[in-house]
Design a protein. Structure first.
Length: 401
């Protein structure tokens, strides 16, 4: 029987490779920045989540070193035993203040923040209504919860209202709407104004995962709730320190004090995971100071994003999304996206081909499953047109050219 198990895995891997859907990990031998070294060659990186270009910023490196000098390398403990330093509390307060929330709690990742949220706060008498395109961490977190589950089509307020009515008619005690602030595969910002209006109408809570927004979306970079003018109306915000805010690791949940205190008592990923390393904590505090200092980082990011969208549109490519630095280039076929990524790397441009899950055969036929996600870095990114060797329109499916 064990032989059958390994044979099945081998067959699945072979199928993924044959269909061009096998995820390869290319090895980077430099720091994460606009220009990286891959396979001995320097390439321009167009697919990191390093939105503000801070992952290798000297001020963050200095802050991280200072944090290690003063607070050590690691904590070797979970928070409630002996893993809470003054710097952890300082970062939690700074995050809460920056987001306009009462309190915040740190996690090892945003995946853990979402995984430890729903099951802790909601029970079988409650209901969760989740956007169909929410991140996998929300989906998995909801699966761990005993609350009734409802799903609405992406950003569809009419369908969200229908699900809210269903939940209320079913007698749900508490209802929570869960949505990404920015949907990471297409760069679309959630209609949080519509979500909050419906939440008010049906007495529901609102939870937003703002991993792809905090630090650069909104007038002051506070995130999608600032962009949508609903600050003070979102009950729970989760996010990451691993994208715009330095790009290392770590996540958080920000909410009212009683929510955060209950998470400290019962959220399993928080209770059973080591504390964030002092170096990451110190650098994250520095990042927030830099973001609050002015708009220069954000201004350059948006200028780059506008330029890229303008040039790619002029070149005849079909782009998805809007108003974000995630700019999907729609190629229609996963194998074509993978081919483009390989050829572009030869020309000094590093991108990644994205696609929907390869094991859902029906979905392949009905929806585009090749998304090339290109968040532009803020620092030192220069425009370079796609080379002629990959700009072969004849090879693309109809509807993409």
């Amino acid at each position: 029987m064990r032989g059958d198990f390994y044979k099945q895995l081998t067959n699945d891997l072979d199928t993924a490779r044959a269909e061009g859907l096998f995820k390869e990990e290319r090895i980077i031998t430099s720091a994460q920045q606009a220009d990286i070294t891959v396979g001995g060659s320097q390439v321009i990186n167009f697919c990191a989540n390093n939105y503000l270009g801070l992952a290798n910023h000297p001020e963050l490196i200095a802050a991280a070193k200072s944090g290690m000098d003063s607070h050590g390398f690691g904590m070797a403990s979970v928070r409630f035993i002996c893993g809470t330093q003054d710097s952890h509390k300082a970062l939690e307060k700074k995050l809460a203040d920056f987001l306009g929330m009462e309190d915040a709690i740190l996690y090892s990742s945003c995946f853990d923040a979402n995984g430890g949220l729903f099951e802790t706060l909601l029970g079988a008498e409650d209901a969760i209504i989740s956007d169909a395109l929410n991140h996998a961490s929300i989906i998995d977190g909801v699966r761990l919860c005993k609350a009734k589950r409802f799903r609405y089509a992406n950003n569809d307020m009419q369908e969200l209202e229908a699900r809210l009515k269903e939940a209320r008619e079913a007698g749900a005690r508490h209802v929570l709407i869960a949505t990404d602030g920015v949907f990471s595969m297409d760069g679309v910002i959630a209609n949080l104004k519509g979500v909050c209006d419906l939440a008010d109408k049906y007495d529901a809570l609102v939870m937003v995962d703002d991993s792809h927004a905090v630090g650069f979306v909104g007038e002051n970079g506070r995130g999608s709730h600032e962009y949508c003018d609903v600050m003070g109306r979102v009950d729970i915000i989760t996010g990451t320190l691993g994208k715009a805010l330095g790009g290392a690791s770590g996540g958080y949940t920000a909410a009212r004090k009683e929510v955060v205190e209950w998470l400290r008592q019962r959220s399993r990923p928080y209770l059973f995971s080591n504390s964030l390393a002092p170096a990451i904590v110190a650098a994250s505090i520095k990042v927030l100071e830099m973001v609050e200092a002015g708009s220069e980082l954000r201004d350059r990011l948006w200028a780059n994003a506008r330029l890229f969208r303008e040039k790619m549109t002029a070149a005849g490519f079909t782009l998805a999304g809007a108003d974000h630095a995630i700019i999907p280039v729609m190629l229609g076929e996963a194998t074509v996206a993978q081919q483009f990524a390989r050829e572009l790397q030869k020309e000094g441009i590093y991108v990644t081909g994205f696609f929907y899950r390869w094991y859902q055969k029906a979905r392949r036929v009905s929806v585009p499953r090749c998304l090339r996600r290109i968040p532009l870095n803020k620092l030192n990114v220069r425009w370079k047109p796609l080379p002629a060797s990959v700009n072969n329109w004849a090879s693309l499916p109809e509807g993409v050219r």
